[in-house]
Design a binder for this molecule. Structure first.
Ligand code: ZN
Ligand code: MN
Length: 140
């Protein structure tokens, strides 16, 4: 009996921790790293460990509730609450990621590997680069 209650309590705690992680994601503007999500969770819930937040981010990603933006070049992987397919632009200076408004429905259909008719495309990574507004205003 005690074991059953213990298990239920554990499940409730895990569900709440997942919700806390998801809410932190939703409240973030832009594309936080796992570290940044953890820091924001930690402010309100100091007892939730970093491992738990990282695990919850992976679980939320697996459920399709958030998306992972793999690191390109330097920096860390980032998470995205916008789960609709879209491109990203990365600031070369601060590494921040921004959504790009550009239709991508037919990118795979239009892409053709040169000199290789037999190449079967299965996925792609495409990222725009530039300097963000903040960094540009600091340059002046
Ligand atoms: Zn920047
Ligand atoms: Mn995005």
């Amino acid at each position: 009996m005690i074991t059953i209650i213990g298990n239920i309590m554990k499940q409730v705690r895990q569900t709440l921790q997942k919700e806390v992680t998801y809410n932190a994601m939703i409240n973030f503007m832009g594309h936080p790293t796992a570290e940044e999500v953890y820091e924001s969770v930690h402010e309100k819930f100091p007892h939730i460990s970093k491992a738990t937040v990282y695990r919850n981010l992976s679980a939320l990603e697996e459920k399709g509730m958030i998306k992972r933006v793999p690191k390109l070049g330097s920096g860390s992987d980032r998470y995205d609450k916008n789960t609709h397919p879209h491109f990203h632009a990365k600031c070369r200076n601060c590494g921040k990621i921004f959504d790009v408004a550009l239709p991508l429905e037919d990118v795979m259909g239009k892409a053709k590997v040169m000199d290789d008719d037999g190449f079967a495309l299965s996925s792609y990574q495409l990222i725009f680069e530039g300097i963000c507004t903040d960094c540009r205003s600091k340059e002046k």
